[in-house]
Design a binder for this molecule. Structure first.
Ligand SMILES: *Cc1c(COP(=O)(O)O)cnc(C)c1O
Length: 236
């Protein structure tokens, strides 16, 4: 798969002597875009190999990962279950575009309270879910696990050797870990977390094989989907 790099040419970058390209991972698939596709690739193969017919994952109501799991599952013949943070959404998920997309691709929802959601990695909670939803292949929140990182190692290819820096936004860190593992010895990987807090550094450490990377922690704007006027201006 050869994903094009698009050159971004704006006065600010010229002024600073920076050449910027964006890898158009969003062009991979109309719904399972970019890193979400990469993170699912080897996990779906594994689920198939193990003979599972259901995928279960976790996320907030605006999780693109949840929508991607629904679409990928639909395409590849898996049933899908989304464990969604926030019981209050039970009666009004129809108002949410992300959950609507997931539902249109056949996902069943399981709404849980914020405190139950916090147990998402615990054996007991997963066992209860198996009792309620049947057996499943588990994709963790954000889809990040070893196989997801392996998929993300395929984002950067030989044609990208030209670059000194590889930058990415960071949610759960799986994408960044893949980029780090495939970066060349002359390249540095910079990650820009959407959340504050330092848990990410340890998480990423468990997946990576070199230390040519850094988290830029001052650009989080307070969490997912939080913006300021300055940020919107910059994006535009
Ligand atoms: C989901 C997503 C991320 C976060 O990926 P992680 O592997 O969870 O860090 C970053 N950027 C974009 C555009 C995304 O859609």
């Amino acid at each position: 798969m050869n994903i094009p790099n698009q050159h971004i040419d704006v006065p600010l970058l010229r002024e600073k002597g920076v050449t910027l390209h964006i890898k158009r991972e969003d062009t991979i698939h109309p719904q399972i875009s970019g890193n979400k596709y990469r993170k699912l690739k080897y996990n779906l193969l594994e689920a198939q190999k193990l003979g599972h017919d259901t995928l279960l994952t976790f996320g907030g109501a605006f999780s693109n990962h949840v929508a991607a799991v629904a679409c990928a599952g639909h395409e590849q013949g898996f049933k899908t279950v989304g464990v969604i943070r926030g019981e209050e959404l039970q009666d009004k998920w129809q108002d949410n575009p992300t959950l609507n997309l997931a539902h249109a691709h056949g996902m069943r929802f399981h709404f849980v309270s914020r405190s139950d959601y916090r147990q998402k990695d615990e054996e007991g909670f997963l066992r209860t879910l198996k009792g309620e939803c049947g057996d499943f292949y588990l994709l963790p929140e954000g889809g990040t696990n070893t196989l997801a990182v392996k998929g993300c190692e395929e984002i950067v290819t030989e044609v990208d050797s030209y670059f000194d820096y590889i930058c990415s936004s960071v949610g759960t860190g799986g994408t960044l870990a893949g980029l780090i593992n495939s970066a060349k010895s002359h390249q540095t990987v910079l990650g820009f977390p959407a959340l504050k807090g330092n848990f990410l550094k340890q998480d990423i450490h468990t997946f990576v094989r070199n230390d040519r990377w850094k988290l830029m922690t001052d650009f989080h704007f307070g969490g997912y989907a939080k913006v300021s006027e300055e940020l919107i201006h910059f994006i535009l």
